[in-house]
Design a protein around this ligand. Sequence first.
Ligand SMILES: [Zn+2]
Length: 288
Amino acid sequence: MVAKVPMPEYDSLEVVNTVIAERKKFLDFYRSITGDLRAQILSYIENEGNPTNITALNLRRYTNSDEETVIRKKSLINLYSPKPEQTPFRHLEEMRSEHGLLFCPSCGEDGAPGTLDHYLPKTEFPELAVCIANLTPMCSTCQGKKSSDYLTDDGRKAFLHPYYDEISVSLFHVDIWPPFDKPSAFNVTVKGTISGGLKLLVESHIEGIDFKNRFEKYCASKHLHLLKLMAEEREDEEPMRAAQLIRRFLRQENKKAINAWGSIYYESVLSTPALLDYLDNGNLPAFI
Ligand SMILES: [Zn+2]
């Protein structure tokens, strides 16, 4: 997660209460699980979704057979696919399309994220399928990569939580290696200034969404774009220096988020003096 985003204003407990009150089937099941389900949501909020502190409810405790457990689990998961007249249809629609974000809070790529991710997956925690605090905006690429993962191999929380984890610093740096007319490589790393616990979490997060591979491809096309812009700038009567121009681009990207893809790229260009010198004085490629 590259940016903390505000939690929707809906009360997670209130929404679940309404959802359960609307049930017409499996009433005995819902009656018996309601107390524990409410407690689970409060526990989620208190523990900020951290899976090392939250144990999934054992649904077998509320049913009479294994077969019934499978069916009730499906019923809980299906609460996330309400009909238009049911709760939380409207809530989910608003959370998908009215968040006002210009980038994905999970990876930082440009574009309004159109899907919601279950931070703790509904297949493992079906009782949290419609817990508002567990539903975060995400781009479809991140969602496909994250899938139902939530723990690292050694049992730690694997992903940053967009509603709870505060990220106020720039996390990444890209090494850009010459030749600059067609860089031989971009290598993104977590900055050395990021401390132990956060560094481990950021590293498992970005691995889980295939960030490195995706972002380095973006750098390649962004770089080509920058070479073209510099070629045009040199045609200007009073051309700006590369550093000045790029600081302007960086300010614009930082308005989205400090770890938006453009921010990472431009900040890295600004801290690569040999590249700035090339942009001002080098021979830009002829294909531009
Ligand atoms: Zn994403």
